[in-house]
Design a protein around this ligand. Structure first.
Ligand code: PAF
Length: 310
């Protein structure tokens, strides 16, 4: 299989490094070619990247940037981009790629599938990868694997093909374990969404580390965000438990206590956030199903206002 990774951020480079190492060290035939498509404004003359492992080992590697031929011959396209970049990226590549290339989306939040054209989703199977690996990019092409995690791959849209599912998940697992194939990926997306709906806006708006989200002062807010999310999920046919989500959110906040959430990092760096696909997604589904989502809507508007105020 020819693999193409899109995105030169922390997660894109993490997978690029591990897929490349796996292929090189094991002389694996699973990956015929691996290349990386970076954004147009990225400095393509910079080919050297640096990866620091969980054990603090420093590895220097070289990036093989994708040519047009590699884009055209890719069997699997792994988009490691922010949620708000997905639609544009797919619009840019769709006329050039194989009509049945597998698409893997790895981003926070939900709602990008709805933005893709039916012509695209008719022929391309769309997979989602959810990962809990921690990875930080300190400067361009320099990443540190900060926390061991696990990854789950699942089919979001399209016909299931057990052979392809096995190849994709085993390649990813061999490169960076554990990676499993999850049949209930939509439910897993909602579980992740609940974590992001609580931790991301609270940490961004109060400029605090993840652990402080468990403070008593946020108890009501946490519960309210989750209660609204569970109500809109139910209207979408997904059944979730408020207390399980609440416990899970608190566990993640505790496990990542000293981390700066991605949304807080984005706000501090004056970058666009993924709020439209996190609390904004709940806000839009609330309107669609005529369900009130005051706490999610408030957080959505407040985070939006943070950047316009700067
Ligand atoms: O977006 C993030 O930062 C992460 O998904 C999470 C789980 C909230 C931890 O920081």
């Amino acid at each position: 299989m020819n693999w193409l990774i899109i995105g030169q951020g922390a997660i894109g480079l993490l997978w690029y490094h591990h897929l490349q190492q796996y292929t090189r060290l094991n002389n694996s035939s699973e990956i015929t070619s691996l290349s990386l498509l970076a954004s147009k404004n990225h400095d393509h003359s910079q080919k050297n990247y640096q990866y620091t492992s969980l054990e603090q080992d420093i590895f220097q590697g070289k990036i093989k940037y994708a040519t047009h031929t590699q884009l055209q011959s890719a069997d699997t396209i792994f988009l490691c981009l922010k949620s708000y970049q997905i639609t544009f990226a797919i619009q840019q590549i769709s006329a050039h790629i194989k009509t049945d290339a597998n698409i893997i989306l790895a981003h926070n939040g939900m709602g990008t599938l709805e933005e893709l054209s039916p012509n695209f989703t008719k022929t391309h199977p769309i997979y989602v990868l959810i990962t809990t690996h921690g990875c930080l990019r300190s400067k361009p092409l320099t990443i540190t694997h900060t926390g061991a995690g696990k990854s789950e791959l699942g089919l979001l849209f399209g016909h299931n093909n057990p052979r392809i599912e096995k190849v994709l998940s085993s390649t990813l697992h061999n490169a960076l374990s554990p990676t499993i194939f999850a049949v209930d990926i939509t439910k897993k997306q909602w579980l992740k969404l609940a974590i992001n709906c609580v931790i991301n806006p609270i940490t961004a708006l109060h400029n605090i580390n993840n652990g402080l989200v468990n403070n008593h002062q946020f108890t009501e807010q946490r519960k309210q965000i989750i209660t609204e999310l569970v109500a809109v999920a139910k209207a979408e046919g997904i059944h979730l438990s408020i207390s399980d989500l609440n416990d899970n959110v608190q566990l993640v906040a505790q496990a990542t206590a000293s981390n700066c959430s991605s949304m807080r990092c984005d706000v501090l760096a004056n970058r666009q956030t993924e709020i439209d696909y996190i609390n904004g997604y709940i806000h839009r589904l609330g309107i669609k199903h005529n369900i009130k989502t005051p706490e999610n809507s408030k957080n959505y508007h407040h985070v939006k206002a943070l950047l316009t105020a700067k």
